[in-house]
Design a protein around this ligand. Structure first.
Ligand SMILES: NC(=O)c1ccc[n+]([C@@H]2O[C@H](COP(=O)([O-])OP(=O)(O)OC[C@H]3O[C@@H](n4cnc5c(N)ncnc54)[C@H](OP(=O)(O)O)[C@@H]3O)[C@@H](O)[C@H]2O)c1
Length: 455
């Protein structure tokens, strides 16, 4: 790696960031972002004072593009491609069970559209594609920083065929005059079905994996980095600690628990919750670009914590309890929500029995309520909702709550080592999960941030 740090590398460069309004792309005070009213930009506001607006307007130019379209939907007379030095492709649909048509267009074909666009940029030094560590089909063992599979490795998988399947299905639904809800539900279950058929856990992971495959197939000699973050948590330090935006799976666990919506979860208490603060992801993105700019190669970086400083699920659950026991959530009626210690239930039968117990309780409540002509104020809706939440969590997050894989991060570790060798004069961008004290981070940073921004 050249003796250049991330800040120097980005100086006087033109960056195109897709998905700049999203959680990750906003987590960097160097990137070109236009949601400047957000609290996250307070630090920059303080630095630039009255000149903040003119500073931002010189640095940031919003572009109305669409990565699901060829040429990113930009007009032929748009000449920005001539200026671009770096592309960070972060745009994605991130819901695990999103409609297949959207996920395929944005996560899979979108990756190819951005790649083809990058090839037209004469000054381009690097294309950085943000993927996810969970593109792997494994849920145990050491998961390497390599492509999980190429298209030819997966028997029967053909992206053109997937696209035709989606188009035919949509045409068929339109012919039958299907409602918007019917189309949505059909597309969601089609994505899940195709993902499972080819060995992936959900539509999101499947379509992101196919996006990587297309990049591999069409990359030619472009310098490309794929950064695969694991589950992204609140800011550790930069630009200030304790900021979060997107509701990922880990935040969802805190939300449903803190709001008293469930106290038992189908999960392995020793599952590895691979979590990494958003600023560490951004720092690794910057250093990944510095290390690979102008080199015709494709390098993959796992950015997570399971290899160096693993976090077990029970630790997250214990900290949720400690936090909400001391700081109960105040509900819409102004009442504190009292929480019980959470139960992590590994056995499927045990979990089903707990669900059945609650369903029976609900039935009894309904009978008593009816027989007493609604004289007792029994809260059936709450219990009914709790049952739904427990069942949905078990279905949507099952893979992650039983995940015991470790993401090998040898490439990322090499980046860290190279950086410290260069002695970067206090400007080192930290992305070392070793420095995280999980109890402290969860209790004083990630959980309060989740409460502040996501409840
Ligand atoms: N958050 C995590 O825990 C996590 C973990 C691992 C990997 N990742 C990856 O990190 C990246 C960023 O995730 P995130 O959490 O920041 O996602 P996010 O908050 O859901 O933001 C997604 C961004 O993509 C944009 N987008 C969606 N479709 C688009 C299209 N067709 N054209 C242009 N922009 C489009 C959205 O714009 P609009 O707001 O206009 O819709 C939004 O700015 C994604 O690639 C994701 O797969 C995230």
């Amino acid at each position: 790696m050249e003796a250049e740090n991330g800040v120097e590398f980005l100086c006087n460069k033109t960056l195109l960031v897709t998905g700049a309004t999203g959680f990750l792309a906003k987590g960097d005070d160097l990137s070109l972002i236009y949601i400047i009213a957000k609290e996250l930009f307070q630090v920059l506001r303080e630095v630039h004072g009255a000149k903040f607006d003119s500073f931002i307007s010189k640095k940031v130019a919003p572009i109305d593009g669409d990565t699901s379209l060829i040429n990113l939907g930009l007009n032929d007379d748009n000449e920005i491609y001539k200026e671009i030095d770096v592309i960070i492709h972060s745009a994605a649909v991130t819901k695990f069970q999103e409609r297949y048509n959207l996920s395929l267009e944005i996560n899979t074909l979108g990756a190819k559209n951005v790649l083809q666009y990058a090839k037209t940029c004469p000054k381009l030094q690097i294309l950085l594609h943000v993927s996810t560590a969970y593109v792997c089909r494994q849920k145990a063992g050491l998961i390497p920083e390599t492509l999980c599979k190429t298209l030819s490795d997966i028997v029967g998988l053909n992206i053109e065929v997937e696209k035709k399947l989606v188009d035919n299905k949509l045409n068929d639904l339109a012919r039958k005059g299907a409602s918007t809800k019917k189309i949505r539900d059909t597309m969601k279950s089609l994505g899940q079905k195709r993902a499972n058929m080819y060995g992936w856990v959900n539509t999101y992971a499947f379509t992101k994996a196919m996006g990587e495959m297309l990049i591999w197939e069409h990359k030619e000699d472009l310098p490309i980095v794929i950064v695969r973050p694991t589950m992204i948590g609140s800011t550790y330090k930069e630009p200030f600690p304790c900021w979060i935006e997107s509701v990922g799976s880990i935040s969802m666990l805190s939300i449903v628990y803190g709001k008293g919506l469930t106290h038992f979860t189908h999960a392995d208490s020793n599952a590895i919750i691979d979590m990494i603060p958003v600023d560490m992801v951004v720092n690794s993105i910057i250093m990944g670009m510095v290390a690979n700019a102008n080199k015709p190669c494709l390098t993959i970086y796992h950015v997570g914590s399971s290899m160096r400083n693993p976090l077990a699920l029970h630790k997250l659950v214990e900290n949720n309890y400690r936090y909400f026991n001391n700081n109960p959530w105040i509900d819409a009626q102004g009442m504190p929500v009292n929480i019980k210690k959470a139960l992590l239930v590994k056995g499927r039968l045990h979990f089903s029995m707990l669900l059945v117990r609650d369903i029976l309780k609900l039935m009894v409540l309904k009978i008593v309520d009816g027989a007493s002509c609604h004289k007792f104020n029994v809260n059936q809706e709450k219990l009914e909702f709790q049952i739904k939440v427990s069942a949905t969590m078990a279905m949507v997050f099952r893979h992650y709550l039983f995940f015991v894989g470790i993401f090998d991060d040898e490439n990322t570790e090499k980046l860290r080592r190279a950086m410290s060798k260069e002695g970067m004069d206090g400007k080192v961008l930290n992305f070392d999960p070793n420095c995280i004290n999980w109890d402290d981070y969860l209790l004083n940073n990630h959980i309060p941030a989740t409460v502040k921004y996501l409840f």
